[in-house]
Design a protein around this ligand. Structure first.
Ligand code: AMP
Ligand code: MN
Ligand code: MN
Length: 326
């Protein structure tokens, strides 16, 4: 419950705020917005994400303060509360999961597949972005917003709603975004950083992705992949390919888009998007992942990307066909 989390936050002196691995805009926004707010209230705060922060977010100087688990251990920081944000299950926080059970842990999350791995939680999938939930908490904490905090908080609202154009961009998302703009948030700074900041290498990699694109089920299903070889050939990493799946969904007639990303040798991330009716949260759970109805993912270890494609596509095809017959 939100009230309990607000109370715990007010009582805590030292707080560790943790986000998920393979961080996205909403995750980084949620971690930083809560961290900045708690610092404004005079608390000692450490922000943790056990993953490399994608280069696209490096324009935000605040991301420099985010530590991975190894650096966190070196700090000898003893939090009296850990708050996990935008996270649906314990395996999504990397090695910070070792702290669960040792430190009082609360979670703020908006995933439909949330699996309640902490004692204290506020989970509400009706929010398009976790950053909106953080905004609500910060308001209740009485935090004063300035341009930096408003812009960083706005980043999560914009990125998880596809810049206010996905079905989760409801009236409340528009209202929260408007309020954050009134508080000094600068949406153009976020769109420049996220949307107008691409490397030419990304386009070249995407061109190869399009060459390998498969379209099935009368155009409803579209998928492609990036192998380690392809990343290397174009001088790219997984940080460069996170937007590809949205591009593929934008093809006329496509309901389900999937990108199979071999982010490291032996580690394949399955990134999925749907447009109107196919429930990907349900499907992602079947293959060991999670997410939202229109955006979900799963990570498969110990297999080559071609093999993951061969395993997942028939299952997905089957589920889409089942839905079509309903
Ligand atoms: P992505 O395709 O990686 O952008 O992820 C889309 C959505 O699915 C995000 O909300 C993620 O939090 C969620 N998600 C991605 N990968 C996983 C996973 N391995 N397990 C659970 N949820 C995931
Ligand atoms: Mn989110
Ligand atoms: Mn996220």
């Amino acid at each position: 419950m939100k009230e309990l989390i607000v109370k715990e936050l007010l009582n805590a002196d030292r707080v560790l705020v943790v986000g998920h691995i393979m961080p996205d805009g909403d995750d980084i926004s949620s971690v930083l917005s809560l961290s900045i707010a708690l610092k404004k209230l005079g608390k000692e705060v450490v922000s943790g994400i056990d993953w490399k922060i994608p280069w696209i977010f490096e324009d935000l100087e605040e991301v420099e303060e985010i530590v991975d688990y190894e650096r966190f251990k070196e700090m000898n920081f003893e939090p009296d509360l850990m708050v996990v944000v935008d996270v649906s299950s314990r395996d999504r926080i990397g090695d910070f999961k070792e702290l669960i059970g040792k430190i009082k842990t609360a979670v703020v999350d908006h995933h439909t597949t949330h699996d309640h791995f902490t004692d204290i939680w506020w989970v509400d999938p009706s929010y398009g972005a976790c950053a909106q939930m953080i905004y609500k908490i910060n308001k209740e904490l009485g935090v004063k917003y300035d341009e930096r905090l408003a812009t960083i908080n706005l980043m999560g609202v914009l990125t998880d709603t596809g810049f206010l154009r996905f079905p989760n961009a409801d009236e409340r998302a528009y209202r929260d975004a408007t309020e954050l703009v009134s508080l000094g948030g600068k949406p153009y700074k976020i769109s420049q950083m996220i949307l107008e900041n691409k490397r030419l290498e990304q386009f070249k990699l995407f061109a190869e992705v399009l060459e390998n694109l498969k379209i099935e089920l009368d155009g409803l299903l579209a998928y492609s992949y990036v192998s380690q070889e392809m990343y290397k050939k174009h001088g790219c990493t997984d940080e460069d390919s996170s937007g590809f799946v949205n591009e593929i969904r934008s093809i006329k007639g496509v309901e389900v888009a999937v990108m199979f990303l071999e982010i490291k040798p032996g580690l394949v991330h399955v990134s999925m998007r749907s447009k109107e009716w196919f429930d990907l949260a349900e499907f992602a759970k079947k293959i060991g992942g999670g997410g939202h109805p229109r955006a979900a993912g799963a990570t498969v270890e110990g297999k080559k990307v071609e093999d993951v494609v061969k395993e997942v596509v028939p299952l997905l095809r089957q589920e889409i066909e089942k839905e079509l017959k309903r």
